[in-house]
Design a protein around this ligand. Structure first.
Ligand SMILES: Nc1ncnc2c1ncn2[C@@H]1O[C@H](COP(=O)(O)OP(=O)(O)O)[C@@H](O)[C@H]1O
Ligand SMILES: [Mg+2]
Length: 227
């Protein structure tokens, strides 16, 4: 089953409604698979990620046509809170995403915003820290972590709501080799758990276990690795 089904997506930012940043894209993301999204800088990868997690057009405006079905439901009929429980979005720059002064507060931030019961939040935060092996960082200031630890904290902070879909926008871009390995292992673990994952990447070799690739170029190319 396709957990996300995008049909005829076209989008232009408000500044220039004549320029389609996304032009008539249709694709599905099968539940439990890893898809990599590639393409030159400026081709619209981040824009597409933000459409799939509801930030666009809710917070940015612009003209979006076409449909995104999320577990069979039209996303435009869903509130941001419901979307946030299903789709986690890890921004390209963890420094822009991370706001709290400790790792555990960062992980608690999204569920606190949704007014989830504090005891449940505590359990969820501990579960995610345990899963990503960052319990030792609980009281650390995210701003002082290594690049890899910071990126994993950013990923962890979207996992406390236990979304079925996780979208990561160039998660490797600020990382050294060790950081990349750490993040790669986390992505593989999420795949094992059955999450549906979309990762914006430059080098597809970075995720050898990916199932599918969407390449945004002059034409959009969809490639399946037949797994
Ligand atoms: N908030 C915005 N307002 C207007 N134009 C934008 C905005 N964000 C991105 N763009 C433009 O949309 C195009 C696609 O950007 P983006 O989705 O960030 O590409 P990518 O992530 O592939 O590098 C670029 O030309 C960029 O300048
Ligand atoms: Mg981008």
């Amino acid at each position: 089953m396709n957990i996300i089904e995008a049909k005829n997506l076209t989008f232009a930012y408000e500044e220039n409604t004549k320029r389609h940043v996304i032009e008539n894209m249709s694709f599905g993301l099968k539940a439990g698979t890893v898809t990599v999204l590639t393409g030159l800088s400026g081709c619209g990868k981040s824009t597409l990620c933000q459409i799939l997690c509801g930030i666009i057009p809710e917070f940015t405006g612009g003209e979006l046509t076409g449909t995104v079905m999320l577990e069979g439901k039209d996303m435009t009929m869903m509130g941001m809170q419901d979307i946030a429980k299903k789709v986690g979005y890890v921004m390209q720059d963890p420094d822009r995403q991370i706001i709290a002064s400790t790792v555990e507060d960062e992980l608690a931030f999204a569920p606190e915003n949704l007014c989830i019961e504090p005891k449940k939040i505590r359990r969820d935060v501990n579960r995610v820290m345990d899963k990503l092996a960052i319990t030792g960082l609980a009281l650390k200031n995210p701003g002082k972590l290594s690049g890899g630890e910071k990126q994993i904290t950013a990923i962890a902070s979207v996992l406390t709501l236990d979304p079925d879909i996780v979208i990561m926008d160039e998660p490797f871009s600020f990382l050294d080799e060790k950081g990349r390995r750490m993040v790669c292992e986390v992505i593989e673990e999420l795949k094992r758990e059955g999450k549906t994952i979309l990762v914006v990447l430059h080098d597809i070799a970075a995720l050898p276990f990916a199932d599918k690739r969407i390449h945004m170029g002059e034409e959009v190319i969809y490639e399946s690795y037949g797994k």
